[in-house]
Write a protein that binds this ligand. Structure first.
Ligand code: HEM
Length: 295
């Protein structure tokens, strides 16, 4: 099958990318399966999931636009619990019991299509207005400076434990108003941090649950208290209520942690690019975009 601006043109065979990105940058045909690895990617690549089925990664702009607009593709079909091996792998890798995977991962809005996705997203979207995020910028800078001050004098440093992980966790915790006692559980002392996993999902699940219960007993003017009201009004189930802060904290740190780590490795691997950004710090924002595409 190929999809371009004109829509679907031919019918898929099992071995082809569902959105039809079937040639590489040089125009050479892609073999059906390429393991996705680090570094530059082709327009479409497949990796095998534990079921033996292929997951496709689509990277070319027009293919991504086509995929996002294609009603045959669904976020709702990403049912982690539907695949026993994926469930076991997921649990082991991310520190999640099967209960967490089943109860929470299938309730987060990332794995929903409209109208459920629309219903859930509407409940939190105002927390992330451009104005609010922009107003928070100086505080993020302050947290970053504080973290850098603590490592400036060291000869050797684990950047994941000391910066890439704590920066987004502290930022998202403050932005969302996670109670202090719960926020501390998300960010243990440096030597107890698991740099690879970040926050084990069971820990995050328990934290989200406790945060909901704290606000149920004593509501304030914050995200979770608003969600508790929405739950009482029948707008979302209890599991969805717990899944929302779980997702927002998870989404709030994991991509950024990986971006910082991957970005740093990428720059160290490309010293000429690093030197260019050092010479001209106004390139930093474009550098982040490039690293997001590349790393
Ligand atoms: C480097 C930074 C980030 C990157 C590259 C990134 C990337 C993405 C991508 C690609 C998706 C779509 C996932 C999908 O539909 O399958 C997504 C969704 C999401 N991200 Fe991020 N993200 C980043 C930072 C954040 C931050 C700071 C938050 C803070 C809460 C966040 C929260 C979310 C949420 C809640 C969703 C689900 C949105 C929805 O389903 O409507 N992300 N992110």
């Amino acid at each position: 099958m190929t999809i371009d601006g004109q829509g679907v043109q031919t019918v898929a065979t099992a071995a082809q990318c569902p959105v039809g990105a079937d040639v590489d940058r040089a125009g050479a045909p892609l073999s059906p399966f390429h393991r996705v690895g680090p570094g530059p990617v082709r327009p479409a690549e497949a990796s095998e999931n534990p079921d033996g089925a292929a997951d496709w990664m689509v990277t070319r702009y027009r293919d991504v636009v086509a995929a996002l607009a294609d009603p045959r593709l669904s976020s709702g079909k990403v049912e982690v619990s539907g695949c026993p091996r994926a469930r076991a792998d997921e649990a082991a890798t991310y520190g999640a019991s099967e209960a967490t995977v089943n109860k929470i991962m299938s309730k987060i809005m990332v794995v929903k299509d409209p109208p459920e996705h629309t219903r859930l997203r509407k409940l939190v979207v105002r927390e992330f207005s451009a104005k609010r995020i922009d107003a928070f910028r100086p505080r993020v800078q302050q947290i970053a400076d504080e973290l850098l001050d603590t490592i400036a004098e060291r000869d050797e440093v684990d950047i994941m434990k000391t910066f890439a992980f704590p920066l987004p966790v502290r930022t998202i915790s403050e932005l969302l108003g996670v109670p202090d006692e719960i926020a501390q559980r998300l960010l243990p002392p440096e030597d107890e941090r698991d740099a690879a996993r970040g926050i084990p999902l069971d820990t995050l699940h328990a934290a989200a649950h406790d945060w909901v219960e704290v606000r149920r007993k004593a509501p304030i003017d914050d995200l979770v208290s608003h969600l508790v009201v929405a739950h009482d009004d029948g707008e979302l189930s209890y599991e969805e209520l717990v899944a929302m802060p779980f997702l927002l904290i998870l989404g709030g740190f994991i991509s950024t942690t990986q971006l910082i780590g991957g970005g740093l490795v990428t720059l160290l691997d490309h010293p000429e690019q690093l030197a260019q950004v050092r010479r001209d710090p106004t390139l930093a924002s474009a550098m982040v975009d490039e690293v997001l595409r590349y790393a």
